[in-house]
Design a protein around this ligand. Structure first.
Ligand code: ADP
Ligand code: MG
Length: 251
């Protein structure tokens, strides 16, 4: 097993508040790794530290074995660590196809900054077409993003993110504001894409049933600290988690 992401004693304080307290995290390459915990537990803060939106108070973050602790969001993104959907910009004036092609171009620029392998890369245009197919927007490829209703816009956002060809995709409540059915469809779509396109998925999601059904590993935060980590079965059976997080209710 290879760790794609590791944090060591990662800590973030806001004044007197310890939002992330000494967090050691290991995310295995290829896994679906979820972070759960009550409101205010520090989940978003953890994602913000990892993606460079916040500077840690102390501790270390390694991605693909390299220290990214003090990197900017842009530098982190260029390494293939993507965050969606909040900071992914959909360009309203562009068509769905153009939006995805621009993102595919970003992936090429990223690769060419290291090395460029000419033979195995389809053109951004072809990759954009295949991605629109994957997210179910092929028949709307030439429509401007501005015309898209909420659900299709979400699909487009997923397509744009996938087109950047991340090694690790971090999603902070991607289904916020969606109904149950859309939530299930969206998460299943993202997970299918993670499988097919071979990236690691980290997820914050409030729907525990979904979390339990799709995660390989779950980390539970409470008041900034990790109180449990394990498989869905281990987490469901963990009494501290049940007490702390669920007031004794069954997961
Ligand atoms: P979660 O995502 O688990 O709901 P957050 O990471 O958003 O939790 O927040 C953890 C704690 O840190 C909360 O008490 C929150 O109020 C606080 N917090 C988050 N961001 C900031 C900030 N930029 N400035 C001050 N306090 C913050
Ligand atoms: Mg949050």
């Amino acid at each position: 097993m290879t760790a794609i992401l590791e944090t060591e004693a990662l800590t973030k304080r806001f004044g007197n508040l310890v939002a992330n307290d000494d967090i050691d995290l290991v995310v295995e390459e290829g896994s679906t790794h979820s972070v759960i915990g009550p409101n205010g537990a520090g989940k978003s803060t953890l994602f913000n530290l990892i993606t460079g939106l916040l500077e840690p108070t102390s501790g270390e973050i390694r991605f693909n074995g390299e220290d990214i602790t003090h990197e900017t969001p842009h530098e982190v993104a260029r390494r293939g660590l993507a965050r969606s959907f909040q900071i992914t910009d959909v360009f309203d004036g562009l068509t769905a196809f153009e939006n995805v092609r621009v993102a595919a171009q970003f992936a090429d620029d990223r690769r060419s900054s290291v090395w460029r392998s000419a033979e195995n890369l389809a053109e951004p245009r072809e990759r954009a077409e295949s991605i629109l197919e994957d997210v179910g927007l092929a028949d709307r490829a030439d429509q401007r993003a501005a015309e898209f209703a909420y659900g299709d816009r979400r699909k487009l956002e997923i397509g744009i993110t996938i087109a950047t060809e991340p090694d690790l995709l971090m999603l902070d409540e991607p289904t916020a504001g969606m109904g149950r059915e859309d939530t299930v469809t969206t998460i299943q779509l993202v997970q299918r894409l993670a499988d097919e396109r071979d990236f690691t998925l980290m997820l914050i999601e409030h729907d525990l049933e979904i979390i339990m059904s799709i995660s390989d590993t779950i980390t539970v935060l409470q008041q900034g600290a990790v109180i449990a980590e394990g498989t869905p079965a281990e987490i469901s059976a963990n009494e501290e988690v049940q007490r702390a997080y669920l007031g004794g209710a069954d997961l």
